[in-house]
Design a protein around this ligand. Structure first.
Ligand SMILES: [Zn+2]
Ligand SMILES: [Zn+2]
Length: 144
């Protein structure tokens, strides 16, 4: 069976990418950084299989902001559109912003993390997804 290549890009179209393997998982992040980064209450990202992301256009436009700890936030420097986050020590650990994918990413968000910091102006949807107060990947992370 032919596997459909996932494609996506930034707002202005300057950056285009391909993902050669299906997403591993996806989730919503309610952390303060994601709120600031997107201007919204929560952000959806999908984890990719290491090595499956290829930038096909606009590599030179990609900028990343590296906070003191945590994942770098990469975006298009021409339009400001968010692209993905990347682990500072493991550049293969990447979470692609689901809103940048063309069409159906083939994965659905399956958890909510950092809900302890959720925006006061938007109730967390009652969608039955497990809610983690802090990072879902933290040791001993347990949903509420
Ligand atoms: Zn752009
Ligand atoms: Zn976040």
């Amino acid at each position: 069976m032919l596997r459909a290549m996932l494609t996506g890009g930034c707002l202005c179209g300057g950056v285009r990418y391909e993902v050669s393997e299906p997403f591993v998982s996806a989730g919503y992040c309610h952390c303060t950084r994601c709120q600031r980064r997107t201007g919204t209450a929560a952000a959806a990202s999908g984890r990719i299989v290491p090595g499956s992301l290829r930038v096909v256009q606009g590599e030179e436009l990609i900028s990343c902001w590296q906070p003191e700890e945590g994942f770098a936030k990469c975006f298009c420097s021409a339009c400001g559109g968010a692209l993905w986050s990347r682990h500072p020590e493991d550049p293969d650990a990447i979470g692609i912003r689901l809103g940048t994918v063309d069409g159906d990413p083939g994965v659905r968000p399956e958890y909510r993390q950092f809900v302890a910091y959720a925006a006061p102006w938007e109730p967390i949807p009652d969608d039955g997804l497990p809610r983690y107060p802090e990072s879902r990947s933290a040791p001993n992370a347990r949903p509420l």
